[in-house]
Design a protein around this ligand. Structure first.
Ligand code: A3P
Length: 331
């Protein structure tokens, strides 16, 4: 925990070679949120170039902290928590904290979108540790990440709640009215951003089994909601910045959780009315921007019961059972 990473501290450094996705992937139209199949995963077409560029160019450092998540599992929440946790010495005054005026996504760059987008590379070399995030599954991570001893924080969530959250989000940001049934059918066939969802989770899980020495922590959204203090302490230990006795005594753990809570973040002006743009992305979505509020819907667990029919439950349960069989992993 030595140097601050701030939203305004990144600068465009250099131009990358243009990557041509056409030879390595097969494009398929999926409503407005177009996905491209790439090495067994469905990547949002707009971010494919960034995925490939980061695979080729990104140089991981052993001190990096990389948040790896499938979309809609609580990425925004964990970005807030990680930023507050790692930078807590720099921001002792919670009344003036960067999270009060910035969407968490603006504080933790997304490898494939922010650092490597349309030929621009952002420099985070001054920050240590560097706090980065990606939606790429483990198998697609840059080799330099796999070869480094950087720390990976992996978050996952009940697949049914993940799907419901995704369905709402996609319809909202693309201004579409894709039916629940249609979206569910695609989700079950693996066609979700960075999906198949279960393969995303299992690719990281398998790595943790095959290489127990790999520095990786698994956090489950539902467990974080149920026992936030336990898991925040666990995370701090994992990141080698455990809470001191003094911090424990003055309630730092709860301060961070309150700051990053759904109620607090979703009611901030910046998150109610701001718009999220990724510079240099020419898609309509990123020209218009995504409203910050779309990252904060309910923040609860178990909402799927309000949407799933018995048939949907049976279908997804069957897929999950089949895919996780023999892996030792349980959602
Ligand atoms: P719901 O749609 O179920 O409400 P991601 O950040 O990966 O896109 O995930 C979004 C999900 O996390 C949404 O779930 C969102 O409401 C929830 N979320 C956002 N901020 C949160 C917070 N501070 N605490 C708990 N959940 C949060």
């Amino acid at each position: 925990m030595s140097t601050l990473q701030s939203p305004s501290s990144t600068t465009d450094l250099e131009h990358l070679e243009e990557d041509e996705p056409s030879q390595e992937c097969k494009d398929v139209d999926i409503e407005k949120g177009q996905l491209s199949e790439y090495h067994g995963f469905w990547i949002p077409t707009w971010s494919l170039e960034g995925v490939m560029a980061s695979q080729k160019q990104f140089q991981a450092r052993d001190t990096d902290i990389l948040l790896v998540t499938p979309p809609k599992v609580g990425t925004t929440w964990l970005k807030a928590i990680l930023f507050a946790l790692v930078n807590r010495m720099h921001h002792p005054n919670l009344q003036e904290h960067p999270l009060l005026t910035n969407l968490p996504h603006a504080l933790v760059p997304i490898l494939e979108a922010d650092m490597y987008n349309k030929k621009k590379v952002k420099d985070l070399s001054h920050a240590s540790p560097r706090l980065l995030s990606t939606h790429m599954p483990y198998t697609l991570l840059p080799t330099s990440v796999k070869n480094s001893t950087c720390k990976i924080v992996y978050v996952y969530r009940n697949p049914k709640d993940t799907f419901v959250s995704l369905w709402h989000f996609m319809n909202r940001v693309h201004s579409t009215t894709v039916s629940l049934e249609e979206a569910f059918d695609k989700f079950c066939r693996g066609m979700s951003p960075f999906g198949p969802y279960w393969d995303h989770v299992l690719s990281c899980w398998k790595e943790s089994i095959d290489k127990p020495a790999r520095k990786m922590i698994f956090l489950k959204y539902e467990e974080m909601k149920e026992q936030p203090t336990t898991h925040l302490r666990r995370l701090a230990e994992f990141l080698d910045c455990p809470f001191s006795l003094e911090e424990e005594a003055k309630g730092t753990v709860n301060d961070i959780l309150r700051l990053c809570s759904f109620d607090n973040l979703s009611n901030l002006e910046v998150n109610k009315n701001g718009r999220f743009r990724i510079p240099n992305h020419e898609t309509t979505l990123f020209r218009q921007g995504i409203d910050h509020a779309s990252f904060f819907r309910q923040g609860n667990t178990g909402d799927w019961v309000n949407y799933f029919t018995p048939h949907m439950t049976k279908r997804l349960d069957h897929i999950i059972e089949e895919k996780t069989y023999g892996t030792g992993f349980k959602f």
